[in-house]
Design a binder for this molecule. Structure first.
Ligand code: ATP
Length: 598
């Protein structure tokens, strides 16, 4: 408990444990125990490396044996056949495995349909393809490769001591890298990819680059583990190396410990390795293994998020309760800890009517199979204005928002921002030009808290590199602006529709965009909530942000819009000031109906 609250104490304890583990081979621990501990470190390194892509980003790989095996065969070839020093083969194995991951990732990560179970199956197939290639070439030839003649290092007093130290170093490196990734921008992006990859991209996360980086890091660690394991076993075979055991074990270990926490896979790996080794011998080994498997099922059912997150949550709850007892005000929302306060409504007068074109749609067309959702829309959005996009259901309003934000590719035409073409750019690049959007049905990152949802958008949004404001401070201020400050630590599923819509709103605002696209933010709100939202939108425009909003609620359209664009069946039917446009007989006929005509 004290360790979780005191990072300096935790760091000192970790250094102490590491120093003690490093000293073990020199303190005369027998080779048997050194080998035993090496096996634990080996599984810690493998499971932790798996978690970097699969745990954080949710891309479950069943092909970890491929990268581990690439490492093993790199060492067996370089050291066993070409006579290179063993230690040199470890970084080489890591590099080969990372390269293999990059080649696979460059193809697979671009294909939208190869997510979730398809990714898992594809990585499993890669393992078998690689096994077949190695088995049928001089790399193995089907007979396996002996490494008994390879000179292994003897630091740590003996070969088992050296293997132990290499395993320890690898496990500690894997943990340190995984922890660093989780707390970095890369980790924030990966967690968002896990929950909703398309939304993460639209919010500014360069998803392809991040997935490739995670895959390469994860595979490099697996490759290095394979290299050391080759030295440990001394005889490398395709059957053992590319067996299903590796991916199966690392998946189980990660789930048991908690795949979304850097320490989770290591805890799972330690528990499973120790449990399995305790039942490996004796007359009832099979029964023992079945018992371990049953225990595993029970723990996973009781703690579906894994042991580490469950324990941390319990500790956090206890410390909140203790703090509340000590100081009754402790539960109030915290003020931003760092960063200059952001002026949410800057003093300069609104720039409405500057006349400068910020966004231009030129003949924008979109077809979904036989459905022509947009049939060549020409529209200019002027800097500082509020433009309402209205029209009957299915007229193409959301599709146009999706086109501008890059969610869908255009079937025809072009979209320009500041005179430069943005259509065809990946959504994160469009976000970096200053475009942010909300979704008609909120698409929040369900495993991130409300604060984390908004902070991510501040960190990856248009003005993310504003050194004066930390993403945390920006996020807290927009949460306060939208009235959600006291919901900061909740997960989105705990919110009602109104709150979820306002989190969407806060996320878009946290990017501090130049052009804000609001897709039916008022739909489903009570009249009071609508008034609140209208006042907010007016304040945002007062700060100089250009707004395009899709809305069916005419009262809000009239109160907010400088101009109204009416879409019907994918065609721009009318464009002009609200009252004038709404009195256009064609608009009344196709959209507003007879009641308005009267
Ligand atoms: N992903 C998709 N796949 C197939 N068809 C789609 C897709 N998205 C939209 N459409 C179709 O494109 C047309 C325009 O849909 P869109 O959602 O843009 O309309 P809308 O004006 O926003 O409607 P609403 O007011 O009901 O939200 C509809 O016929 C719709 O069924």
């Amino acid at each position: 408990m004290a360790l979780t609250r005191n990072p300096a104490l935790a760091a000192t304890a970790a250094i102490g444990v590491l120093a003690a583990l490093l000293a073990l081979p020199y303190a005369g621990l027998t080779d048997f125990y050194l080998s035993y501990l090496y096996v634990v470190f080996f599984w810690i390194a493998l499971a932790t490396s798996w978690g970097i892509l699969s745990g954080y980003a949710g891309y479950w790989s069943f092909g970890h044996a491929a990268f581990f095996g690439a490492g093993m065969y790199t060492t067996s070839t370089l050291a066993g056949k070409l006579g290179l020093p063993f230690l040199l083969t470890v970084p080489a194995a890591a590099a080969i495995a990372a390269l293999l991951a990059c080649v696979i990732g460059l193809v697979v990560f671009r294909i939208h349909s190869l997510r979730a179970e398809f990714f898992a199956l594809l990585t499993l197939s890669v393992t078998y393809v690689l096994a077949a290639l190695i088995s049928n070439t001089a790399l193995d030839g089907g007979a396996g490769v002996y490494l008994s003649h390879v000179e292994l290092p003897t630091f740590g007093t003996s070969v088992p001591g050296a293997i132990y130290l290499m395993g320890l170093l690898l496990a500690v490196s894997a943990l340190a890298i995984s922890r660093w990734v989780l707390h970095s921008r890369l980790g924030a992006g990966l967690l968002a990819i896990h929950d909703d990859e398309d939304v993460a991209e639209v919010k500014g996360v360069p998803t392809l680059r991040y997935k490739l980086a995670a895959f390469a890091i994860s595979s490099a660690l697996a490759g290095a583990a394979g290299a050391i394991q080759a030295g440990y076993v001394g005889y490398v075979t395709v059957g053992e190396t590319f067996s299903i055991t590796v991916p199966l074990y690392v998946v189980l270990m990660s789930i048991l410990g908690g795949a979304r926490h850097w320490a989770g896979p290591a805890v799972g790996a330690t528990l499973i390795t120790v449990a399995l080794s305790s039942v490996v011998g004796g007359a009832h080994a099979e029964l023992g293994r079945a018992g371990v498997a049953l225990g595993l099922i029970v723990v996973i059912l009781v703690l579906p998020q894994g042991i580490v997150p469950a324990v941390l949550r319990r500790l956090a709850r206890r410390s909140v309760a203790a703090a509340a007892e000590a100081a009754p005000d402790a539960g109030l929302p915290a003020q931003p800890a760092s960063g200059k306060l952001i002026n949410l409504v800057p003093p300069p007068p609104p720039v409405t009517g500057s006349g400068r074109v910020l966004l231009e749609c030129q003949g924008v067309a979109k077809s979904f199979g036989g459905i022509r959702a947009l049939r060549g829309v020409d529209l200019q959005v002027k800097e500082g204005e509020i433009l309402a996009l209205v029209g009957p259901n299915g007229s193409g309003k959301s599709t146009l928002i999706n086109m501008i934000s890059g969610h869908f590719a255009l079937s025809g035409g072009a979209i320009l921002m500041d005179g430069a073409t943005i259509s065809g750019l990946p959504p994160h690049a469009i976000a970096s030009r200053g475009i942010a959007r909300t979704y008609q049905i909120p698409r929040l990152f369900d495993h991130l808290t409300v604060l984390e949802n908004v902070r991510l958008c501040a960190a990856f949004g248009y003005r993310a590199d504003d050194a004066d404001c930390s993403p945390e401070a920006v996020a807290r201020q927009w949460l306060a602006f939208t009235g959600l400050a006291d919901k900061a630590d909740l997960l989105p599923p705990a919110l009602n529709l109104h709150e979820r819509k306002f989190v969407e709103f806060a996320r878009a605002l946290a990017a501090r965009p130049r052009l804000l696209l609001l897709d039916e933010v008022l739909c489903g709100l009570t009249p009071t909530e609508v008034d609140q939202a209208v006042a907010m939108i007016q304040k945002i425009r007062a700060g100089g942000t250009t707004i395009v909003f899709v809305e069916h609620l005419m009262r809000a359209v009239v109160a907010l819009a400088d101009r109204v664009a009416v879409l019907d069946q994918g065609i721009l039917l009318a464009l002009g000031p609200p009252r004038e446009t709404m009195q256009n007989p064609t608009v009344i006929r196709v959209y507003l109906g007879a009641s308005h005509a009267a």
